[in-house]
Design a protein around this ligand. Structure first.
Ligand code: FES
Length: 255
């Protein structure tokens, strides 16, 4: 999948950007609304797992008893999404065929869990947590989200015209202690400020456009806190357990 076919042909401004929240009915034949068949997501587009992924599929299926093969739906959907770029209707149908389950069983899983992207996303899928701890922690997610939207020129659920970034607000991603934070593809970036998130987006854009040019790759910050913290230690330094531990003469003078 190339960057070009991630965006609308005429898309050049924020208002033209593709939204992953737009309703897309991949199965036109059964669509009660008569939606046009999506050019990148309909059951006529063939999908097969690659030769490299075939041993991975065998390994995944072996983890479950033969009568519970359907337990492999989630890891196989994940593998399909990583290969294809998103969880298309054809990926779901192929997983159903491999696991010998009705396709609806796979659709139910793919449409329940938000980790499965059922429409194309950009090379960098930016998901900003806006749940209460991130909204209140540090500088707050409101200003981080505003900075992302303004810098990329896209709104909720949209992809930049160059196909590099898709933006979505999401609920708690489980890194509340380092709020505010965002997830980009598989990585978390934490302790964000409007300045650090803009600089992160710039470095990702540079790394994507520099690929294959022969020049030195721009440095993309390592995932984790962008504040200098290692993990989630107190940013004011250690404030307790900083004296010598008591010996037994203090705790049990009778002994
Ligand atoms: S509230 Fe944002 S990670 Fe939990």
């Amino acid at each position: 999948m190339t960057a070009e076919n991630l965006v609308s042909p005429e898309g050049s401004a924020a208002t033209d950007a593709v939204s992953i929240l737009d309703g897309i009915c991949p199965e036109t034949e059964r669509c009660p609304h008569g939606a046009p068949k999506h050019p990148e997501n309909n059951p006529d587009i063939p999908f097969k797992f690659s030769a490299e992924n075939e041993p991975v599929i065998d390994e995944i299926i072996k983890r479950y008893p033969p009568q519970y093969k359907k337990a492999a739906i989630m890891p196989l959907l994940d593998l399909g999404q990583r290969q294809h770029g998103f969880t298309s209707i054809s990926v779901m149908n192929e997983v159903a065929r491999l696991l010998e389950v009705p396709p609806m069983r796979v659709y139910e899983v793919a449409s329940f869990y938000t980790m499965y992207n059922r429409t194309p996303v950009g090379k960098f899928f930016v998901q900003a947590c806006t749940t209460t701890p991130c909204q209140l922690g540090g500088c707050g997610s409101d200003v981080v989200v505003k900075a992302i939207k303004e810098h990329l020129g896209i709104g909720e659920g949209q992809t930049t015209p160059d196909g590099l970034f898709t933006f979505l607000e999401v609920e708690c991603l489980g890194a509340c202690v380092n709020a505010p934070m965002i997830q980009i593809n598989d990585d978390y970036y934490e302790d964000l400020t409007p300045e650090s998130v803009v600089s992160l987006l710039d470095s990702l854009r540079e790394s994507a456009t520099a690929t294959g040019s022969g020049g030195a790759s721009p440095k993309v910050p390592a995932p984790g806190p962008l504040s200098g913290r290692q993990t989630c230690e107190n940013s004011a330094g250690q404030t307790n357990l900083n004296s010598q531990p008591w010996g037994i003469e203090t705790t049990r003078s009778d002994l």
